[in-house]
Design a protein. Structure first.
Lengths: 118, 186
């Protein structure tokens, strides 16, 4: 029960920044959906929690934060590649700034609790 | 094509997503799921949603391919406002229209209603009278009448029923007499 609650909290926290993570993994090199999942894992984000990256990619595409194109993959069918667009880069920079501010503020509040728990 | 994706396609079709875009999303998903399976990653981990219809709907909505569901509006205030407007109309505007109407030729009408007295009433001659005087005359005869504001000097140019006609009393709520008035010449 406690584990489920922890998973749910993690999922909720991720929901607000997963778009930034997706933008971050295709900022330098385009990738298709599953490849992005792999890159997230490589950088330490093993599960994205409830939901899927596809609706989020859809929203990023709709908002013009990613540019897409279809291209052949290694020996497989043509894939849809995503790459962070110029406006996506701006949104990413702004989002990272906001994330760091929030993280620092929350850390400040939780630091005392951490000391007590430890 | 896996059943999950088939179900997604059906949902996209139902939602009116253009075939080309539905095809594109289905192909993207199919290729990704096949590659994930080859890597030993479960489809559940990729999809994160066991209900294909909900998954398909969310994806299409986020892409802007179908309108987002509108939150239900609180209709209580709308009904209260509509009721108040109707009430104001009934209390103020409707009686004004009932008493004074605009007829052709630039003249106005004054409806005389209902009767104030039981029994038959002989309609007095009101033609040619200033409307205020006509109203008083009608009142004396037993007819309830009101003159429109600011038009006391307007002259009655036509009346219905004609002068001398006998009308039944106690027909409350029924207009049975009408005066046509024209503004008096300066």
């Amino acid at each position: 029960m406690r584990r489920m609650a922890a998973e749910s909290r993690r999922s909720q926290m991720l929901r607000g920044v997963l778009d930034l993570c997706l933008l971050a993994v295709v900022v330098d090199e385009p990738a298709y959906g599953y490849e992005m999942t792999r890159r997230l894992k490589e950088r330490g984000l093993s599960t994205v929690g409830e939901g899927s990256i596809y609706p989020l990619l859809g929203r990023l595409e709709r908002d013009g934060l990613v540019a897409t194109h279809r291209a052949a993959s290694d020996g497989g069918p043509p894939r849809k590649y995503y790459r962070t667009s110029p406006s996506g880069r701006s949104a990413l920079a702004e989002g990272v700034r906001a994330w760091r501010d929030v993280r620092n503020e929350v850390d400040s509040v939780l630091a005392a609790v951490e000391a007590e728990v430890a | 094509m896996p059943p999950y994706i088939e179900e997604c396609r059906r949902e996209w079709k139902r939602l009116g997503v253009p075939d080309s875009l539905a095809e594109e999303m289905a192909a993207e998903l199919e290729a990704d799921l096949a590659e994930a399976e080859a890597d030993g990653v479960s489809a559940a981990e990729i999809l994160g949603e066991s209900d294909p219809r909900r998954f398909a709907r969310t994806w299409a909505t986020e892409r802007g391919l179908v309108p987002e569901p509108q939150p239900k509006k609180n209709r209580t205030w709308m009904w209260i406002t509509a009721s108040l407007v109707l009430l104001v109309f009934l209390l103020l505007v409707f009686p004004a229209f009932a008493i004074v109407g605009v007829s052709s030729g630039g003249s106005e009408t004054v409806e005389v209603s209902p009767v104030r007295r039981a029994g038959p009433i002989r309609v007095p001659k009101l033609l040619g009278l200033p409307v205020c005087k006509a109203v008083v005359t009608a009142n004396i005869a037993g007819l309830d009448a009101h003159a429109p504001n600011g038009s006391c000097s307007a002259l009655v140019v036509r009346q219905k029923p004609r002068a001398g006609a006998v009308v039944a009393g106690n027909t409350a709520g029924t207009s049975f007499a009408k005066l046509w008035v024209r503004p008096a010449r300066g």
